[in-house]
Write a protein that binds this ligand. Structure first.
Ligand code: IPE
Ligand code: IPE
Ligand code: MG
Length: 242
């Protein structure tokens, strides 16, 4: 569906990409096979997002808790990130996609961090779509980190303590890892699980949530468009009476 035919397009759509392992298992294959196939779904969603006029697409690719998976799966996922970024970046750049990674990058290895830096620098000027990959991310980590940054700022600038302590919730956004990124309008989770798994806990406070049974490797353009269609029928009230 082209942007001109769709009303009420969300600015920021976020995907909790779940079900890769089960998708592979259903086919009698190793879990990693599902992760590989899931990259195709990311590509399809990026294309569908650009076509629909979505400005921010974010994907939960690896949670802080995912570090507790077997080491071989973690290594395979990290290797896949490097490969996928290297393979996709020129096309993403040509299509005006700005690429960002948000998460606890201290836990990522040097090769991955270097690839991320290169991709972010190469695409920094683009503004058709911002693609944000949440990597080694958790909502609680983000909020705790933000609180620490705020505390550090007060220690470093005691003369500003009163001003900082009196700020409202919007003022806190600047300390989050997502500073500058609008809160997600729509969070979609695939694979039938109905939980947030420590994703955007602060930023998702008023997001519309959509849980679909489709496993992530089967979530392609048509499914993305259907999610936008669902969103367009939601009534966002923000606690008010309409
Ligand atoms: C999502 O698929 C990918 C990551 C969390 C990295 P899973 O690997 O969680 O697949 P299932 O949920 O076990 O099927
Ligand atoms: C959530 O999926 C994290 C990502 C999609 C990256 P998980 O498969 O890790 O979540 P749980 O363990 O089912 O909650
Ligand atoms: Mg899962």
């Amino acid at each position: 569906m082209a942007s001109e035919t769709m009303t009420n397009v969300p600015v920021h759509v976020s995907m909790i990409m779940d079900g890769n392992g089960r998708w592979a298992k259903e086919r009698g294959k190793e879990r990693v096979f599902g992760h590989f196939e899931g990259v195709e779904s990311v590509r399809a969603c990026v294309e569908a997002a650009v076509e629909a006029g979505v400005k921010y697409l974010s994907i939960y690719a690896f949670s802080e808790e995912n570090w507790n998976r077997p080491q071989e799966e973690v290594l395979a996922l990290m290797g896949l990130m490097v490969k996928a970024m290297a393979a996709e970046m020129e096309k993403l750049n040509a299509n005006g996609v700005r690429f960002m990674v948000v998460g606890n990058r201290k836990r990522l290895d040097d090769e991955l961090n270097k690839t991320i830096d290169e991709c972010m620098a190469m695409t920094a000027h683009n503004d058709t779509l911002t693609l944000i990959v949440f990597l080694s991310y958790s909502g609680k980590w983000d909020i705790l980190n933000a609180a620490k940054k705020m505390a550090q700022e007060i220690v470093a600038h005691p003369e500003r303590a009163e001003e900082i302590m009196s700020m409202g919730v919007d003022g806190f956004d600047v300390y989050l890892a997502t500073a500058g990124i609008p809160d997600p309008d729509l969070i979609v989770r695939t694979s039938g699980e109905c939980r947030l798994s420590n994703y955007l806990l602060w930023q998702g406070a008023y997001s519309e949530l959509l849980f679909v049974d489709t496993l992530w490797p089967d979530f392609r353009k048509e499914e993305f468009r259907a999610a936008l269609e669902h969103y367009s029928k939601r009534d966002r009230r923000y606690g008010k009476v309409k």
